[in-house]
Design a protein around this ligand. Structure first.
Ligand code: C2E
Ligand code: MG
Ligand code: MG
Length: 428
């Protein structure tokens, strides 16, 4: 979906909210001049309910209001008395559910560690702004911002499911595969799709994997879950091949799947039964925790690679031993984690990490996928650096298999109409 810019620089999210209820924004900065400036800039973006305070205790009190609390707090990190870091801890302690923006003149790496701290407190963060704040930097930070749901609505979206219910879901076929395209930056060509699992819960609607994959791993259900996903994904790959579409299909594999030796035979036999060439199947592996006994995973991955299945290292840069894994396992593809990709054009640290990952992949002769490109700026940045393949909301959200064929047509039109292959000017 293309990014739509509205009059007066409003973002779609802000424009849509202003029609319903203008989100309340709180500014905390010890400099009254900054409060004035930010209030003015936010107004220009359509955020008219802005309140500024110079003292952290005052801000905490306002956030503790039960009715109509601020949904966005922009906080200066450097303040006398209670500084921004202490304020954030106290805000978390009182159960704040809104979004945060950090504002500071400190260098990016310090801002990054403050950002990590905010996440560690389980608070929502939109990002950070460098002082002096400019209209452009504020607009680009808030252009993708969607105000959080009221506490009640959010609570109903996230439920903890008993493992027995998940086991039933797997048995009764409530899991669905959706597919997200991967495209080549240089040509716009669609190379393949990544399979992502969803649980179509009869009462609660569509449930995302972060609510059940770890549960399956912890209770020995991941093998059954993965077998369902793989079975459907390979059948779908065969349908696309029969329809004349050359799409590689990637499937996420948990490290726990690689503890059981028959897994390699299962995948191999399935691909052969559907006449899908192994090279059309990509197995994406993430290491979420330290690998215990390495023998089984190594045997399975080596056998699959010898049969010409493609192996991909997912969420690169976030695991426990990504570099060591690169040396040990013969990966074909490296997926740069989305936390580094989105916004890499305007963040020196992210840019350095993305460029280093690209260099590493090139050095090892691996394909690269930059994951999490959310807007045109991300696309232009990646193109300017010849990042190989890209996957992200800017290109397409995950979709049902039926929607993929229609999407292929709209994508070809977008590449042309939006000039996606024209070299970006000034992209660094
Ligand atoms: P992943 O394999 O890294 O998949 C990419 C995730 O990023 C997907 O989330 C996708 O919807 C999301 N994403 C894609 N583009 C963007 C973007 O531009 N911005 C943002 N913010 N997010 C984007 P999803 O589907 O919720 O999956 C989350 C994770 O759950 C996956 O991360 C993967 O680790 C795991 N997962 C998904 N399906 C399976 C599965 O079948 N088996 C296993 N073991 N894990 C799975
Ligand atoms: Mg993946
Ligand atoms: Mg990933």
């Amino acid at each position: 979906m293309a990014e739509i810019f509205l009059p007066h620089g409003q973002s779609p999210a802000v424009a849509c909210m202003t029609a319903v209820a203008t989100p309340r924004v709180l500014l905390l900065d010890d400099e009254p001049f900054m409060l004035k400036l930010l209030t003015h800039l936010l107004r220009d973006l359509g955020l008219t309910r802005v309140e500024g305070v110079t003292q952290a205790p005052q801000a905490l009190e306002l956030c503790a209001t039960r009715t109509d609390p601020p949904v966005l707090v922009m906080v200066d990190l450097n303040m006398p008395d209670m500084d921004g870091v202490e304020f954030i801890r106290k805000l978390a302690e009182q159960g704040f559910t809104g979004d945060l923006v950090l504002v500071s003149g400190e260098d990016e790496r310090l801002l990054h560690s403050a950002l990590t701290l905010v996440r560690a407190h389980d608070l929502r963060i939109v990002g950070y702004l460098h002082k002096p704040v400019t209209p452009g930097s504020l607009k680009s930070l808030l252009c993708d911002w969607t105000p959080p749901q009221p506490a009640g609505a959010a609570a109903t979206l996230r439920r903890v499911y008993p493992v027995e219910r998940l086991a039933l879901a797997i048995e009764h076929g409530e899991l669905r595969n959706v597919y997200q395209p991967k495209v080549e930056l240089a040509t716009g060509r669609v190379i393949g799709v990544e399979t992502l699992v969803r649980w179509a819960h009869p009462e609660d609607g569509l449930i995302f994997p972060d609510q059940f994959v770890a549960l399956a791993e912890a209770h020995g259900l991941i093998d059954r879950l993965t077998r369902c996903v793989v079975t459907e994904a390979i059948a779908q790959a065969a349908r696309w091949i029969q329809a004349g579409h050359d799409l590689r299909v990637a499937i996420n594999i948990s490290m726990d799947n690689l503890a059981s030796l028959p897994f390699a035979d299962f995948v191999t036999e399935l691909a052969s039964a559907h006449s899908v060439p192994p090279a059309q199947i990509v197995l994406e592996v993430t290491e979420s925790r330290i690998m215990g006994d390495q023998r089984a995973p190594l045997e399975i991955l080596t056998r699959l690679r010898m049969k010409r299945f493609r192996l991909s290292i997912d969420d690169f840069g976030t695991g426990h031993s990504s570099l060591a894994q690169l040396r040990t396992i013969p990966f074909d593809e490296l997926k740069i984690d989305q936390s580094f990709v989105h916004g890499a054009g305007r963040d020196d640290t992210q840019r350095a990490i993305v460029l280093a990952s690209l260099g590493l992949a090139r050095g090892l002769g691996m394909a690269v996928v930059a994951e999490g490109a959310e807007n045109r700026a991300d696309w232009d940045f990646l193109r300017a650096h010849d990042a190989g393949l890209v996957q992200g909301y800017f290109v397409a959200r995950p979709m049902s298999p039926e929607a993929v064929l229609d999407w292929l047509l709209t994508w070809a039109a977008r590449v042309r109409d939006e000039g996606l292959l024209i070299n970006p000017e000034g992209a660094k």
